[in-house]
Write a protein that binds this ligand. Sequence first.
Ligand SMILES: Nc1ncnc2c1ncn2[C@@H]1O[C@H](COP(=O)(O)OP(=O)(O)OP(=O)(O)O)[C@@H](O)[C@H]1O
Length: 264
Amino acid sequence: MEKSVIVKNVSKKYKMYTKNSEKLLDLILPKSYGKSFYALHDISFEAEKGDVIGIIGVNGSGKSTLSNIISGIIPPTSGTVQVNGEASLIAIQSGLKNELTGRENIELKCLMLGFNKKEIIALTPQIIDFADIGDFIDQPVKTYSSGMRSRLGFAISIHIDPDILVIDEALSVGDRTFADKCLDKMNEFKSRGKTIFFISHSIGQMKKFCEKALWVQYGHVEQYGLMSEVMPNYEAFINKYKKMSKAEKQQFKKEVEEKRMVQA
Ligand SMILES: Nc1ncnc2c1ncn2[C@@H]1O[C@H](COP(=O)(O)OP(=O)(O)OP(=O)(O)O)[C@@H](O)[C@H]1O
């Protein structure tokens, strides 16, 4: 099978400060203040064309960081990401310009992707129709609710027809009818052999829609494979964690956080 995304030894480091003053001092004397930790540590995996991969993991495990790296929004600190084609991210906070109207955002995104005037004129009504946000399409995006942003972001990303679609929690803020409409569109996308990465805290949606799962656990890949093989292990972990006492949970978190720190 042809590969669509190849992620090799990707790490992303961030800095953690205990006080605001440390952040300022770190700007003046880099490397002297704050502690570095791995949001992602040595991640490697490959996706094939037609794969629909659910990225699962508890809060803070690195799912959004990984989706931003695959979509080219942020660079990794080290390692390489090879994307064969155009990747587009749909996230709650995704690249919409607040001061521009919905319609202007559609035009801007299309222009940035190199569409010509004729193509933009043809595409705009389809995007507006799918987003279905009424007269708000001519209002600045800063006046939108999170559901409206998600509708517009999803409508733009799916209609520009990327090769790789990365959906980060974008369906969780839309209502049920919109989520169903998006899932239909995603199924159509998948049937054309495109690659989808899907992040959702809805285990039901994950199981229904994704054939593969990438379990990101506190910055590293715990397991990658068929959803039917990975999900039971993830669910077993969640159940085990839930049964821990408060002290055991604290100890567990302390250990995983220590492993994530960058050794000087
Ligand atoms: N810009 C940033 N600066 C510093 N730390 C960051 C930044 N972005 C993310 N992090 C940290 O990196 C880690 C991974 O965050 P990320 O948002 O990727 O997790 P996630 O799995 O998507 O979480 P959630 O399920 O809560 O959305 C977290 O500890 C987070 O605090």
